[in-house]
Design a binder for this molecule. Structure first.
Ligand code: PLP
Length: 384
């Protein structure tokens, strides 16, 4: 049905009506006082979201721009880095690091499993000459629905004393607690079309004190993503280039909504929806791809053994107007992923679980009495 599509993918995520309507007006001058007020306000709001006093810079570009900016602004050619890789986005970090000629040690875990903090600990402890410049990892690995232990890994980096932590928090920021200052994360990259509840086009790099110190040594080539001009201009409530002005209108509206809800309530809502999704899936006889305790608050990956995951997605899309994400690379057809990130309420969770159960029933693949999945989901939503 036209205009009825429910985006339950891990980005782009649904956008609230008031945020959309903020965007549908003429852009204003990006050097105007009115725009400066928006930059000032959103910069403060971004610091609140990151739980930091560090600088949070806004870039016009997708999340990968923020990832790349994090690397090229803190490192130099030939620098030794450790990259965590347990999925598509970990792989992306490795690719970016290699593209810039860094000396990359990859710490791997199987897709669907979390990175092991002890592996980072071992490599960092062995580095007595302090040759490692950075540890780079994905917090919520969107391709598999795994949350990595960013707190523990950051702690190992702090014990090392020299390396900095660069984290992709694209699908964890605004979904679960990431106190940047308290954990000592040096660089956080994020993007607008995920927890921020606005369309794609803006990305954000938070740079802590140690990240700026590293920036003073960094010699990797940069121009559009050189963060020094962003810092200089943000301090005057401005940008180095013409930003996506209308997305700034949206950003201000969405961050204001988030402030009203409050960080703890946002985190609780995501945790509750995650649990209601996981339990509903299991109760209808499907298998979770990732063990529950390692599940991301933003995405639940499901492995419907002996059923084509793409067929399930197709029925959900055509019969229910619900879009789920598929598996990537070798997981295509093997898993599907339910996004429950951002502007998601109980109704969305109830509809995706019951539509999924109906889909299995239609396909003749429901192996439990009908209603068991949704019953479980409802009971969790009423309990928690
Ligand atoms: C979406 C996403 C990104 C950013 O991807 P873009 O397409 O560049 O916005 C980066 N990391 C993770 C974990 C993501 O989910």
């Amino acid at each position: 049905m036209q205009d009825k599509l429910n985006l339950m993918i891990p980005g782009p995520t649904p956008v609230p009506e008031n945020v959309l309507s903020c965007m549908s007006k003429h852009p204003i001058g990006h050097r105007s006082e009115d725009f400066q007020k928006i930059v000032q306000k959103t910069t403060e709001q971004l610091k609140w979201l990151h739980q930091t006093t560090a600088d949070v810079l806004t870039i016009t570009g997708s999340g990968t721009a923020a990832m790349e900016a994090g690397i090229i602004n803190t490192l130099s050619k030939g620098d030794r880095v450790i990259c965590g890789d347990n999925g598509k986005f970990g792989e992306r970090w490795v690719k970016v690091a290699k593209a810039y000629g860094l000396d990359v040690t990859v710490v791997k875990a199987d897709w669907g499993k979390p990175l092991d903090p002890n592996q980072f600990k071992r490599i960092l402890e062995e580095d007595t000459n302090k040759k490692i410049n950075a540890v780079i990892l994905t917090h919520s690995e969107t391709s598999t629905g795994v949350i990595n232990d960013l707190k523990a890994i950051t702690n190992e980096v702090k014990n090392h004393g020299k390396a900095i932590t660069i984290a992709d928090c694209v699908t964890s920021l605004g979904a679960c607690n990431i106190p940047m200052d308290q954990w000592g994360i040096d660089v956080i990259a994020s993007g607008s079309q995920k927890g921020y509840m606005i369309p794609p086009g803006l990305s954000f790099v938070a740079m802590g004190k140690r990240a700026w110190e590293a920036n003073n040594q960094s010699n990797l080539p940069k121009f559009y993503l050189d963060l020094k001009p962003y810092l200089k201009t943000v301090n005057k409530n401005s940008n180095p280039f013409t930003p996506a002005i209308n997305l700034y209108f949206a950003l201000e509206a969405s961050l204001t909504m988030m402030e009203k809800e409050g960080l703890n309530n946002i985190f609780k809502r995501h945790a509750r929806h995650q649990k209601a999704t996981q339990e509903g899936i299991k109760a209808m006889g499907l298998k979770l791809f990732t063990e529950e305790k390692y599940g991301s608050p933003a995405i639940t990956a499901v492995e419907p053994e002996n059923i084509d995951a793409e067929q399930i997605r197709k029925v959900l899309k055509t019969d229910f107007d619900i879009l789920l994400a598929g598996g990537q690379d070798h997981l295509k057809g093997k898993i599907f992923r339910i996004g429950h990130l951002g502007f998601v309420n109980d109704r969305d969770i109830i509809s995706v679980i019951s539509a999924l159960e109906s889909t299995l029933y239609k396909m003749g693949k429901l192996n439990v009495p009908i209603g068991q999945g949704i019953a479980k989901t409802i009971s969790i939503l009423n309990k928690e």
